[in-house]
Design a protein around this ligand. Structure first.
Ligand SMILES: *Cc1c(COP(=O)(O)O)cnc(C)c1O
Length: 392
């Protein structure tokens, strides 16, 4: 024990020296647009609570009711005695939502991505992955034996070059639907065209899109009008869809069947708890009947994006509630987030190695449940602090 303690303490010290040590901020209230941090009330701009459903009373009631009806937990994996009617119901609802044949639930999207590639690809196959894909896609690909190709971020020429020279029996292109550091939607129109040309499958991880992006809120494929051309969708219940936890994969009958038979995080990990499953069913009911949440999110996003530019800040990304405000200098970005917190605006500064060097930024995440007043307060604070730090 003494040996490992010494080794790890050296590592921890060097993380601190590099300035990348992560202190967990403790929140003393439920997840809302207004939360208590360090004993004071702040407006929260850093949750993935896009639709504002994380503390929604209808969803909470559905979870409580499900505990009474279906119990707290299942104490089993799916195939032994961990599949209830509600698990099959939720899978069917998610399939319908994406117009896919079938869906499989996981404990998280991290697990979904971890259990996907190894199960469906062999050493004769090839995978093509955007260099900025989420860590769970990278890890999932690491586990599989297929030929691995990494293309430059959203660079379609590079992707085509790699597709052209690959000898893979099956080819699979894997991409985040939305890249969370930039708020950039993947160029799925072009990806789908290349997939057709080179007979490849397309896998999209839509964690930052499911439930609100696109005309019907069906994600990045919906946004680009190519939902029917996407072969595999993975996503999470832990962001817009209530924010609790759980993930899924939607695809063809055969792909989902082989995942049920062989995917290790599915086979060897506990079934999703009944209150989560029932609450997620309620979430889909709410978002299919009521577009108000999605519309309000779009309205809030447009308002913030427009006004923050008018103030003089440079922002990145597509029309997405992730709004990266470019500061470039890491120290300034950190100072900015601290000064904003003093004014009760809670945002996070990101710098190298999370984003490229000299591209430090403040990432703002807009929610449907932000009031206009809250957004305007943030805009005012940004303006004052931006001037103070001579950024604008
Ligand atoms: C958040 C996220 C995940 C992980 O989802 P969990 O359900 O929290 O495990 C995977 N991929 C992307 C792109 C994400 O943003």
């Amino acid at each position: 024990m003494e040996d490992i303690k010494k080794i790890l303490n050296e590592q921890i010290d060097s993380i601190k020296e590099a300035g990348t040590f992560k202190d967990e901020r403790v929140i003393q209230t439920p997840q809302e647009t207004e939360i208590n941090v360090l004993g004071k009330s702040v407006i929260n701009f850093c949750a993935n609570n896009y639709l504002g459903l994380s503390n929604n009373s209808t969803i909470k009631k559905a979870a409580i009711k499900a505990i009474e009806e279906w119990g707290f937990g299942l104490s089993s994996v799916r195939f032994i005695c961990g599949t209830q009617t509600i698990h099959k119901d939720l899978e069917e609802i998610v399939s319908e939502f994406h117009s896919m044949e079938d869906t499989i639930l996981y404990s998280s999207c991290f697990d979904a991505n971890g259990g996907l590639f190894e199960t469906i690809l062999s050493k004769d196959d090839a995978v093509f992955s955007d260099e900025l894909n989420h860590a769970s896609i990278i890890d999932g690909i690491r586990l599989c034996k297929a030929e691995k190709n990494r293309y430059r971020h959203c660079d379609m020429n590079h992707l085509e070059e790699l597709l052209k020279t690959s000898n893979g029996r099956l080819k699979l292109i894997a991409t985040d639907g939305v890249f969370s550091m930039d708020g950039v939607v993947a160029p799925l129109k072009d990806i789908v065209l290349l997939a057709k040309k080179y007979n490849a499958l397309v896998m999209v991880d839509d964690c930052h899109a499911t439930g609100f992006l696109g005309k019907q809120g069906r994600g990045s494929g919906d946004y680009h009008n190519v939902l029917n051309e996407i072969d595999i969708i993975t996503s999470t219940f832990g962001k817009a869809l209530g924010g609790a936890s759980g993930g899924f994969i939607s695809s063809s009958k055969e792909i989902i069947e082989i995942l049920r038979q062989k995917s290790r995080p599915y086979l060897f990990s506990n079934s999703l708890a009944p209150p989560l499953v029932a609450a997620c069913i309620k979430v889909f009911q709410i978002i299919s009947e009521n577009h108000e949440y999605k519309n309000q999110l779009e309205k809030n996003t447009m308002h913030f994006r427009k006004e923050i530019k008018n103030i003089g800040f440079e922002i990145k990304g597509d029309n997405h509630p992730i709004v990266p405000i470019m500061i470039y200098d890491a120290k300034k970005a950190l100072m900015m987030s601290e000064k904003l917190l003093k004014r009760n605006i809670y945002v996070i500064a990101f710098s190298f190695p999370v984003v490229p060097e000299n591209e430090a930024r403040i990432r703002v995440q807009i929610s449907a449940s932000h009031s206009e007043e809250q957004i305007n307060k943030a805009l005012h604070a940004f303006k004052d602090v931006g001037k103070e730090l001579k950024i604008i």
